[in-house]
Design a protein. Structure first.
Length: 539
């Protein structure tokens, strides 16, 4: 007779699963078969990429795959020697630290470490008590998946874009192209991205206008990122911009510099910034150094302090920048979900010049965001903008209204409204935006988008009514061809005066998830298609 076992670390519940010889984080979230085939991993990658974008109307609730990844990342983060190849050993002291704590693993995996204050609190407490040699590196999520899959003896097929190509034609300029080529050096653990802008091309180029080299440490975290950009000075002479960023073992930026490489003057340092963090991983200061003909003392351009209370579920933050100081209080529920924030901004004389706040009602799935600014006329704080958001059970915005008072006279003089519909597969099939530009309660402008999806094709039509009378004109029509795995391989975007054609020029298949978040074309913010997990009832 099988029985269900519960698993926890301290008070943190990892999940439940039927007892068997080998259990994994996938079992703890009820995912019996992890994605392995090219079709399955393509769906996972597309879902994760779409939900990393700052577009709340496109976001859906995390899938069980992401929850399993979060659990694996949590366990590997606690490992005594930070080496998951020899197993995971949890320090006994950490069980004590986590005795009365809770964590919610049902979040989008790529954002887990950054948006879980309780996790940061626990790691910071462990560091300060001497666990992990006072330093705890956090692993890249793709590396977490590699260790998890290797431990289970699974070899996934993971397609990543090798290059993409865009051809432009419009009424005012000659035809031109943009090409991007991606290559990952397994030996050096480097991603190399090359871009050529707006040239007339017939084949992939050999010279480029921009080159980005991203280097990773053994844990998969970004170590350095360097960009070389071809530019021209005011005299038309060619120069190369050299932008470099260094990161620590937790993938937090520590140093940024900007240099110009001039054929005549050589390397000219423009400026640099140094970043510092506390034990909890929160940014505490930014120091700016400017280089020119005369020496200039480094300047503190931003300082920040934090105080997290697990008991009260609050995080306080004070940020000082130039002549302003922001004090923010964040509130969380027992699962680590945000309940809102409040921010107060003071000038160098201590006077409050702005306020903002947000409140989240999880029972009704509504959020209110409010901004106040100091009125020059009345010398008092006046609400200048307020946004009301309504979400569906899948955590997608289905209705929103934004009110604006642009002259601080306590009367709304502009309003923006948004509504969206979704089908059973999760596609946003329709949305409409309405603008009231003068606050008279009448719609002055409408914009809508209609999406029609089939097995191998997506059509997205955008229309606009510029007068609010219900007469729509075509803004754009986009048609995309998809392969059998749901990845788009070409698309054509037609506008009134321009046509753009995009092509993906082939994929490379990897057997490891890394570099999951580092190769391939930029995520396509409008690609919303039927997802494997929804269709197969995994949610």
């Amino acid at each position: 007779m099988s029985c269900t076992e519960s698993f926890n670390i301290g008070g943190i519940q990892l999940g439940k699963a039927l007892a068997k010889a080998q259990l994994s984080p996938f079992d703890l979230v009820g995912l019996e078969k992890p994605p392995v085939s090219e079709a399955e991993t393509s769906k996972v990658l597309r879902f994760i990429e779409n939900n990393n974008l700052p577009m709340p109307e496109n976001k859906a609730l995390p899938i069980p795959f992401e929850a399993a990844t979060n659990i694996a990342a949590f366990l590997q983060a606690l490992d005594e020697d930070s080496n998951a190849t020899n197993g995971v050993t949890i320090p006994a002291l950490f069980n004590t630290l986590a005795q009365d704590k809770q964590l919610d693993f049902k979040t989008h995996s790529s954002r887990y470490f950054n948006y879980q204050p309780t996790f940061r609190y626990l790691i910071g407490q462990g560091r300060m008590k001497g666990l992990w040699g006072d330093s705890k590196p956090l692993m890249n999520y793709a590396k977490v998946l590699d260790y998890l899959y290797n431990g289970l003896g699974l070899k996934p097929t993971i397609p990543k874009v090798a290059s993409d190509w865009r051809d432009y034609t419009d009424s005012s300029t000659l035809a031109r192209s943009t090409a991007e080529v991606y290559d990952f050096d397994e030996t050096k653990q480097q991603l190399i991205k090359k871009i050529l802008f707006y040239r007339l091309l017939s084949a992939l180029p050999t010279d480029f206008d921009m080159k980005i080299i991203s280097s990773y440490n053994p844990l998969g975290s970004l170590a350095t990122k360097q960009e070389f950009i071809i530019d021209y000075d005011v005299s038309g002479d060619k120069i190369t911009l050299d932008l470099k960023a260094d990161y620590n073992q937790n993938n937090w930026i520590t140093y940024f510099s900007h240099k110009d490489i001039d054929p005549e003057q050589g390397v000219v340092q423009k400026y640099a910034e140094n970043y510092d963090y506390n034990s909890y991983g929160y940014l505490t200061s930014v120091i700016y150094s400017h280089s020119n003909s005369s020496y200039v003392e480094p300047t503190l351009i931003m300082s920040r302090s934090h105080d997290y209370s697990y008991t009260n579920k609050t995080l306080s933050e004070i940020v000082t920048r130039e002549k302003l100081t922001d004090t923010t209080h964040y509130l969380y529920d027992a699962l680590g979900r945000s309940l809102g924030y409040s921010t107060e901004t003071k000038n160098d004389l201590g006077k409050i010049v702005a306020q903002s706040s947000s409140t989240m009602d999880w029972s009704n799935l509504t959020k209110t965001i409010t901004f106040k600014n100091l009125s020059e006329q009345s010398n008092e704080l006046v609400i200048t903008e307020q946004t009301l958001l309504k979400y569906d059970p899948q955590w997608r915005v289905i209705d929103s209204k934004k009110f604006k008072d642009t002259n601080s006279d306590k009367v709304w003089d502009a309003m923006e409204a948004y509504q969206a519909n979704y089908d059973n597969a999760g596609n946003r099939t329709y949305y409409v935006q309405q603008l009231d530009n003068n606050g008279d309660g009448k719609v002055d402008q409408n914009k809508r988008e209609i999406l029609i999806a089939s097995a191998n094709k997506i059509t997205i039509t955008q229309e606009q009514d510029t007068k609010g009378g219900g007469v729509y004109n075509l803004l754009s029509k986009e048609e995309r061809a998809l392969d059998n795995n749901g990845n788009w391989i070409s698309k054509t975007l037609n506008k009134a005066d321009a046509t753009t054609t995009y092509q993906e020029r082939g994929y490379k298949n990897y057997s490891n998830w890394f570099p999951l978040y580092t190769t391939g074309a930029e995520p396509d913010k409008q690609l919303i298609i039927q997802e494997f997990f929804i269709n197969n009832g995994v949610f």
